[in-house]
Each structure stands twice: as structure tokens, then as C-alpha cells.
Design a protein around this ligand. Sequence first.
Ligand SMILES: *[C@@H]1O[C@H](CO)[C@@H](O)[C@H](O)[C@H]1NC(C)=O
Ligand SMILES: *[C@@H]1O[C@H](CO)[C@@H](O)[C@H](O)[C@H]1NC(C)=O
Ligand SMILES: *[C@@H]1O[C@H](CO)[C@@H](O)[C@H](O)[C@H]1NC(C)=O
Ligand SMILES: *[C@@H]1O[C@H](CO)[C@@H](O)[C@H](O)[C@H]1NC(C)=O
Ligand SMILES: *[C@@H]1O[C@H](CO)[C@@H](O)[C@H](O)[C@H]1NC(C)=O
Ligand SMILES: *[C@@H]1O[C@H](CO)[C@@H](O)[C@H](O)[C@H]1NC(C)=O
Ligand SMILES: *[C@@H]1O[C@H](CO)[C@@H](O)[C@H](O)[C@H]1NC(C)=O
Ligand SMILES: *[C@@H]1O[C@H](CO)[C@@H](O)[C@H](O)[C@H]1NC(C)=O
Ligand SMILES: *[C@@H]1O[C@H](CO)[C@@H](O)[C@H](O)[C@H]1NC(C)=O
Ligand SMILES: *[C@@H]1O[C@H](CO)[C@@H](O)[C@H](O)[C@H]1NC(C)=O
Ligand SMILES: *[C@@H]1O[C@H](CO)[C@@H](O)[C@H](O)[C@H]1NC(C)=O
Length: 437
Amino acid sequence: MAMLVFYLLAFFLLVSTTCSSPAVLLKMEKKAAPYVIGGESGLAALRMAEYQRTPERNNITLKGNIPVLGVYYVNLTIGGQTIAVQVDTGSSNLAVPLHGCRNCHSYAYYSVTKSKHGKYLSCLSSACNCSSSSCYHCPSSGRYCSAQLPAACGFHIRYGSGAIEGPVVEDFINLGGLRAYLAFGGMLNSTPQFEPSPVSGIMGMAYKNLACSPNTFEPVFDALVNQANISNIFSLCLNRSGGRLTLGGIDPSINATDITYVPLNLANPPTYYRVNLGGSIVVNTSKLALPEFDVGIVDSGTTLLVLTPNSFKTLKNYMETNYCHIRGLCDLHSWWTSNQTGLNPCTKANASELKALPNITITVGGGVNITLTSEDYMYPYTHHGESYHCLGIMSSKGLSSLGLQAILGDVVIRKHVVVFDRAHERIGFAPSLRHCM
Ligand SMILES: *[C@@H]1O[C@H](CO)[C@@H](O)[C@H](O)[C@H]1NC(C)=O
Ligand SMILES: *[C@@H]1O[C@H](CO)[C@@H](O)[C@H](O)[C@H]1NC(C)=O
Ligand SMILES: *[C@@H]1O[C@H](CO)[C@@H](O)[C@H](O)[C@H]1NC(C)=O
Ligand SMILES: *[C@@H]1O[C@H](CO)[C@@H](O)[C@H](O)[C@H]1NC(C)=O
Ligand SMILES: *[C@@H]1O[C@H](CO)[C@@H](O)[C@H](O)[C@H]1NC(C)=O
Ligand SMILES: *[C@@H]1O[C@H](CO)[C@@H](O)[C@H](O)[C@H]1NC(C)=O
Ligand SMILES: *[C@@H]1O[C@H](CO)[C@@H](O)[C@H](O)[C@H]1NC(C)=O
Ligand SMILES: *[C@@H]1O[C@H](CO)[C@@H](O)[C@H](O)[C@H]1NC(C)=O
Ligand SMILES: *[C@@H]1O[C@H](CO)[C@@H](O)[C@H](O)[C@H]1NC(C)=O
Ligand SMILES: *[C@@H]1O[C@H](CO)[C@@H](O)[C@H](O)[C@H]1NC(C)=O
Ligand SMILES: *[C@@H]1O[C@H](CO)[C@@H](O)[C@H](O)[C@H]1NC(C)=O
């Protein structure tokens, strides 16, 4: 089969779990979190606090798709300059390309000199501090100056898909009419094709401790909670061509009564949006135990459902035992493959043949069943006028080094409106019946 060209991206931060710091952040998370400690007065105080907060912003348009871009993105304004950034719940930094960036080949660039308030963070500044972080390249001195611009504080981040580095910049950002001043990464070097055009940068939406480094960077959402006074909750609605990001509340396309919340299984201190997965999935009507499927993350920056090689193999064996009648599934070069870079996981089997594939149900947090039909996990893709369906499940050897066993990427997230209720350390799912409209 011809080599198909598309992006399958995995934007989860690569951190080494051993050197992440337990120190920083919970303080800040707690301050922003309106916990109800109990009793009427607690509730009244919460209601009052909610009343005084800035109302949610739900006019933030997402664009993107699974094929061909593999990412979802929004327009972010930084220092008056508009740049499209990927919305990534699997990392915590904001980073955008600067003019002169090596390999960025970007659609848009940010310029400090074109901004009224923008400036490089000095490497001498006490804020340029990476001593208690999980960053790569953090020297023992605790001060990491930019390799490209040595007078400036530097950053260097590795993701599942690529790496970026450059100086740290400070400026005002504006998202949905909400404003905050923060430090972010100015990319002056990147691995090729870091983001697909027209996306230029990345906006991490996970917890502050995952930022590289947490002493220097306040993630965009944290900054908006602290400076623009929105509630500590955001929601994502993804559809086939885009969707909506809502800051400070829940998406207007759903009814609050339809949301099922389950607890987040956060690390201490919190990093990714981790959820319990219960060790098994349901295939058609049979429970299938997977060897590594206890804890996963909800990551809008990863395109597909990602399993460990062992879990993938278990599922593949099950499919070959029970669904061999589906064209090509049991072939030597089957499209049911974990190798997403070589032989393509795409088939010309037609829609009615694919209907015979089973539903796959994932139980999140013990309380929400996410059922993927074959239409969900076999996403349509057209190449040179030919129609294919491609497997939306892949395996990754790198997962266990993150202390994880699965990534619920866009293929899974898209089934629901997902409410990241950080204030209550829980995550909510509501069926996305209106396609975000
Ligand atoms: C922000 O919200 C708090 C309550 O959560 C309120 O007391 C305060 O006045 C608000 N500040 C602004 C600037 O709106
Ligand atoms: C960003 O803004 C440009 C120019 O106004 C517009 O064409 C584009 O559709 C916007 N993209 C998103 C994701 O809103
Ligand atoms: C820098 O890191 C050290 C060690 O974690 C900490 O004691 C110090 O307060 C930090 N400085 C700033 C400005 O964050
Ligand atoms: C969203 O609405 C706010 C308030 O009406 C406005 O200031 C802001 O520009 C809007 N943002 C977008 C992206 O349309
Ligand atoms: C996706 O959601 C956006 C935002 O609500 C909407 O404008 C668009 O029509 C939706 N697209 C599809 C294919 O449902
Ligand atoms: C939300 O759901 C409740 C209970 O099903 C129903 O009474 C209410 O009318 C719904 N609201 C909207 C706006 O659909
Ligand atoms: C799927 O489950 C249904 C209901 O139990 C059963 O009739 C059908 O045979 C199953 N399909 C396969 C391929 O096992
Ligand atoms: C994936 O397939 C390519 C091309 O066939 C091959 O070079 C590569 O080694 C394979 N990778 C794995 C992990 O099997
Ligand atoms: C799908 O493919 C099967 C097997 O090749 C064929 O029998 C069937 O007619 C096709 N169906 C459609 C709708 O094309
Ligand atoms: C698969 O799930 C869908 C949606 O939940 C359901 O309508 C359909 O009946 C299921 N199909 C099978 C074969 O169980
Ligand atoms: C989820 O699916 C399991 C297994 O099919 C079932 O036992 C359970 O009741 C379902 N839970 C919900 C909340 O639907």
C-alpha cells in the first residue's frame, strides 16, 4: 500500500519521574480551588465567590481534525500578535516561534520588538530558576541560559513528538478577551515539522508542575484563573473539524445535568490529567483484561488512543482470534498494526465490512463508559482520491517511563464534551450530541 502522509502527534511532555519536584505548586492550586469544606456557610461563601468571578468565555473557536492535521488549535494573541497554538492537555508550557527560529518553518512568528510590553527574561533574574524542576538541560547551578540568546533565560522541552528550545519571553496574552501577563517559551530551534501548518505554537493546559520549569512558567490557564478571575475549570468540545474551548465553565452545547464526573487520579503534586482505567476494556460484549491499563491521561495533544506494546498485542490477538473475517485484518501485513510509521494502519475495506468490527468500551474513573464504535476508531482518510480507513489505536514503548499505561487522545476525547474541573479534582464527560453547536 502506498505510504500515506498525515500527522499523528503525541504532545505529552516527556518527563523523567525521578527528578520531578514534590515542592512547588499545590499551594497555588489550593488557593484557586473553591473547595466546599462543608455546611451552609461554606456553600454560601462558594456561591458568593462564584458570583464575583468573571463569567466563563465560551466564544473561543477551536479548529483542527484527526486526519490530516492531528491537532486542535486556537488563536492566541500575544503582545497584539495573533498566533495559532495547539491546545494540549498533556503538557503545561506555552511556546511560540520567534523570528529567526531554526527549523520552525512556521506559519506565524512572534516578535518581541513588535510588542509594547514584551521582553526577554534575563538569565540573571531570580525568576530564571530551574533548580527544582523536571526539565532537561537544567544545570546544577539552577540557572539555564538560552543557548541561542545567552543573556536571556532559556527553556528546552521534549515532547512525544519533537523538541523545542530558545529564550524565555514575558508578555501579555489574550484568549477569549481574557488577559494575563506571563512567561513563555520563544522558540529559536525546533525539530522539523514540530506543528503542522497553520499551527505555529503550543499551549499546554495541564498542571503547573509539569511546566518546564515550574519556577519560571505559569501555564496560560493558571495565569487566567489568577489574573482574570475565572473559575478553575475549563471544557473542551471537539468535533470533526474543530470545536470549542470554554474557559472558566462548561461548554454551552451541553446540559450540566448530563455531565458525569469521575475523580482525577492526580499525582502529588499534580501533573497530567490522570484517570483510572480499571485494567480492562469491553470488546463487543466481552471483557478483555489488558496487561497494562490501570492509569491513563486525557491528552488533547495526542491524536489517537495509545496503549503499551503489551496491551496492544493482547488486543491485536483478540481481534485476530475473533474478527479475522474482516478484510486484511489477519494478513501478514495487516492494517491492524502498532507500527504507525512504517506499514500504514489503513485499509480499503469498505464501510459495511468495517461495521462488523466490534465496539470497544473504556471505563474511565470507574463511572463513565466511553464506547468507541468502529466508525470512531477507524477514521476516514482520503489520499490521492482513494478512500481509506485508518486504525485510531497505536502502541508506544515510551509510556511506562512516564508512569502511565495509556493515553486517551482525540479519538477518545471527541466522543464527549470533557470538563476539566480542577477546582474539584475531577473530570466530567457529557455525550457530545450537538457536535459543539
Ligand atoms: C475576583 O473574584 C473574587 C472572588 O472569587 C472577588 O472577591 C474579587 O473581587 C474578584 N476580583 C476582581 C478584580 O474582579
Ligand atoms: C484565526 O484568525 C484568522 C484571522 O482572523 C482566521 O482566519 C482563522 O480562522 C482563526 N483561527 C481560529 C482557530 O480561530
Ligand atoms: C529557586 O529555586 C530554589 C530551590 O528550589 C528556591 O529556594 C528559590 O526560592 C527559587 N527562586 C525563585 C525566585 O523561585
Ligand atoms: C470573546 O468575547 C469577549 C467578550 O465579549 C471579547 O472581548 C473577545 O474578543 C471574544 N473573543 C473572541 C476570540 O472572539
Ligand atoms: C464544530 O464546532 C464548531 C464550533 O461550535 C462549529 O462551528 C462547527 O460547525 C462544528 N463542525 C462540525 C462538523 O460539527
Ligand atoms: C437539562 O436537563 C434537565 C433534566 O433532564 C431538563 O429539565 C432541562 O430542561 C435541561 N435544560 C436544557 C437547557 O436543555
Ligand atoms: C457481539 O455481541 C453480540 C451480542 O452478544 C453477538 O450476537 C455477536 O455475535 C458478537 N459478535 C462477535 C463477532 O463476537
Ligand atoms: C516500522 O516499519 C518500518 C518500515 O517498514 C520499519 O523500518 C521499522 O523498523 C518498524 N518499526 C517497528 C517498531 O517495528
Ligand atoms: C464491501 O466489500 C465487500 C467485500 O469485498 C463486498 O462484498 C460488498 O459488496 C462491499 N459493499 C459495498 C457497499 O461496497
Ligand atoms: C455499538 O455502540 C453503539 C453506540 O453506543 C450502539 O448503538 C451499537 O448498538 C453498538 N453495536 C454493537 C454491535 O454492540
Ligand atoms: C459500564 O459498562 C460496564 C460493563 O459493560 C457496566 O457493567 C456498567 O454498568 C457501565 N457503567 C455505566 C455507568 O454505564
